[in-house]
Design a binder for this molecule. Structure first.
Ligand SMILES: [Zn+2]
Length: 245
């Protein structure tokens, strides 16, 4: 049935590459050129921040950036660097209705999250604030969490966190300014309090830029009694100097 449905849809709608829109033959959603333009993050990477490291020092690897500023979340992972094809795909998720590739993104995130999944009780997508949700009509992080849920069987709690206001970049802020920037940015839905207490939570987002948003969510969830808060994203900005964050 599935194969027949795919063939029928091929007949009417030839599959298009989610990256560049060119016609492709398979169902992997990307053409060969776009695949090659993805900078997948693989080991060695920092066990805390998930950023790629130039060499493998052996054992548990924690970057200097993570030691200089220990984040409020426990571990971050991302499928790829925020560049090339991934950047285009994420842009398409946010600003157009071109919503293909969810299965692929789900499989990618499952692979990138790796060991974290066995220690996860449930997923929480990073919420958009209401005004942005209204203008975009959907939250791409919630759709990515659904895609990861399909691949892993982990349940997702899309309404657990509520965003009260946007957080701005933490770069260049003093520790006191950082705390002010993220404090009160998120709240927890009252009826989700009991499920968060003692839980190991995996946050889901499309891109980790400075980590400020993940930190704000983790701070709130831990205040409410969460044991561990990790984050998985489709992409991560790694080019900037992370030691200043
Ligand atoms: Zn392409």
């Amino acid at each position: 049935m599935g194969i027949l449905a795919n063939r029928l849809s091929d007949f009417f709608l030839p599959p298009l590459c989610a990256g560049c829109g060119s016609q492709i033959s398979g169902h992997e959603n990307l053409c060969a050129t776009c695949w090659q333009d993805i900078d997948f993050i693989s080991r060695p990477f920092c066990d805390v921040l998930g950023i790629p490291l130039p060499f493998d020092p052996g054992g548990r690897t924690v970057s200097a950036a993570a030691m200089a500023h220990e984040p409020t979340y426990d571990r971050a992972r991302a499928v790829a660097r925020y560049s090339g094809t991934i950047r285009q795909l994420i842009h398409a998720l946010k600003y157009s209705d071109r919503q293909t590739g969810w299965r692929l993104y789900g499989r990618w995130m499952k692979s990138a999250a790796g060991d974290l999944l066995a220690e996860t009780d449930f997923l929480i997508p990073i919420p958009l604030n209401r005004r942005r949700l209204w203008s975009r009509r959907f939250n791409q992080a919630a759709l990515l969490a659904d895609a990861l849920s399909v691949e892993t069987g982990l349940r997702t709690e899309p309404l657990a966190l509520v965003r009260n206001r946007p957080t701005r970049s933490q770069v260049g802020l003093s520790p006191a300014q950082r705390r002010r920037n993220v404090s009160g940015a998120f709240s927890l839905a009252k009826r989700k309090r009991s499920s968060v207490k003692g839980a190991n939570i995996l946050l889901v987002d499309d891109v980790i830029t400075t980590g400020a948003t993940a930190e704000a969510c983790a701070r709130k969830l831990k205040k409410e009694g969460a044991l561990r808060v990790d984050i998985i994203a489709l992409a991560m900005v790694t080019d900037q100097d992370l030691t200043t964050i």
